[in-house]
Design a protein around this ligand. Structure first.
Ligand code: ATP
Length: 439
């Protein structure tokens, strides 16, 4: 065991959530939105390293589920769609949560989730629950009348159904195949909270996988396994995951099987992702509401049918929160994010030992521009080396490279490993190979 090195203490208490939120702000992962104006309730902005982490998650997901597969294609649809989409999907009528007001403190609650805290602190009587539609409404164009109402999409999924025909007609996809999309979704949540866990504006990564009805069970299992593999890639440990098979009678009416994938967040076991067998419900409804024939024609048999659908859905922000909580370690004298290297915002950092020694700075900058062609690299010449390591540990940079006086004589640098804190002397000409192996 190394000096000063303590075995992981996982974040498992709400107070540790505060530490995570504070780290996120301090290091530029996530800031409170519009903070200089006092913020905007439950809105969050991703800062310089936060956006890198988020992009790495989205890019890795896209590569894995679209780029590397011949049975998947992507789309990027408009956020505002014809309101008929949301009538067909059932969102206009059914995308509601029960809302209740407290007669004493006048706070609003989701009637199905009255917080313990409220019961303890106020305990006031609640009004009868009424249904509240979660879709954000706005108006298209200058006239604010009913004919101009549009909604900000509450999920990315419906675009895959609305664009189904165009995708089939314009690409060479054959059943079984999937359409994927990454993008923003908006829900006027009654009780947002737990940092970026539940917000009113968030991002989703969704797949609609179109299949023949009789094969649904095998495709469901396959995609559930794919989701497990993805979570493994994100470094989420099995002990923190829970698979909740939604029982009959509790599923959405169109679903014949749904599994909620829950993660043990610092504030409890909560939904991270979901997978559902949606039958042919959506295509059928869109066919009915649009009057367009959305059937697929089998190229071999010429059989026409509405495909059935398996939907694996992933929240981007919840992935990021799970990744941060999972890899947050508080050790004796440092906090470190032991992020999987493909997700780390920077793969290495380069430091000149002293900022006021031009030879060191020049040499370090040479190294920086050379390595930057291969990896995102951080640069730091402030303070002392200890402080720089501390800062890089907190943003999860796997390696730090220091150019010192010995470098000028021997063309070697010190490479320090984030997790073990071990330092090695490496020749500059071997550095790329060394990093390639480690990263
Ligand atoms: P919940 O039960 O937590 O409200 P949901 O079952 O309504 O979630 P879905 O409609 O299945 O969620 O959305 C798919 C995914 O989108 C979720 O698994 C989650 O990762 C993400 N998600 C949903 N709502 C939010 C939100 N308000 N903020 C952040 N992510 C969200």
């Amino acid at each position: 065991m190394m000096m000063g090195y303590k075995i992981r203490k996982s974040i498992d208490m709400v107070s540790d959530m505060d530490k995570l939120v504070s780290l996120c702000k301090r290091r530029g992962f996530i800031f409170p939105g519009s903070e200089i104006y006092g913020g905007l309730a439950n809105s969050w902005d991703y800062g310089p390293v936060g956006v890198e982490l988020k992009n790495n998650i989205k890019q890795a997901w896209w590569k894995r589920f679209v780029g590397l597969r011949s049975d998947m294609v992507g789309i990027d649809a408009a956020l505002m769609m014809n309101p008929k989409v949301w009538e067909a999907s059932g969102h206009v009528d059914n995308f509601t949560d029960p809302l209740a007001d407290c007669k004493k403190c006048h706070q609003r609650f989701r009637a199905d989730m009255i917080s313990d805290e409220h019961a303890k602190t106020c305990g006031g009587e609640l009004t009868e629950a009424k249904l509240f539609n979660l879709m954000f409404k706005t108006h298209l164009g200058p006239v604010e009348d009913a004919s101009a109402v549009v909604y900000l999409r509450p999920e990315t999924a419906q675009a895959m159904f609305a664009d189904f025909k165009n995708v089939v007609d314009s690409s060479r996809v054959r059943i079984p195949f999937g359409i994927a999309q990454i993008g923003k979704a908006f829900r006027n949540e009654i009780t947002p909270g737990n940092f970026i866990f539940r917000t009113r504006e968030f991002e989703q990564m969704e797949i609609e996988y179109f299949i023949k009805e009789d094969r649904w069970q095998e495709h469901f299992e396959y995609w559930l396994n794919q989701m497990k593999e993805w979570m493994k890639f994100c470094g989420l440990s099995e002990k923190n995951l829970h698979f909740y098979e939604i029982p009959d009678g509790e599923r959405a009416h169109y679903s014949k099987r749904t599994v909620d994938i829950e993660y043990s967040f610092p504030f409890g076991m909560k939904e991270l992702y979901g997978i559902a067998y949606r039958t042919d419900f959506d295509l059928k409804r869109h066919q009915e509401y649009s009057g367009k024939d959305l059937r697929y024609t089998d190229p071999q048999t010429q059989e026409k049918y509405l495909p059935h659908v398996i939907e694996p859905t992933f929240g981007v922000d919840r992935t990021l929160l799970a990744v941060l909580s999972e890899h947050f370690y508080e050790e004796e004298d440092r906090i470190v994010l032991k992020l999987p290297t493909p997700l780390a915002p920077y793969k290495t950092a380069v430091f000149p030992l002293l900022a006021n020694k031009p030879q060191l700075v020049e040499k370090a900058q040479e190294l920086l521009s050379d390595l930057s062609t291969t990896y995102p690299i951080a640069w730091d010449d402030r303070g002392n080396i200890g402080k720089r390591y501390y800062a890089q540990d907190e943003i999860g940079t796997p390696f730090c490279i220091t150019v010192d006086f010995e470098t000028l004589d021997t063309d070697t640098v010190t490479v320090r490993d984030r997790d073990s804190m071990k330092q090695e002397r490496i020749a500059i000409h071997e550095l790329k190979e060394y990093l390639k192996e480690k990263l």
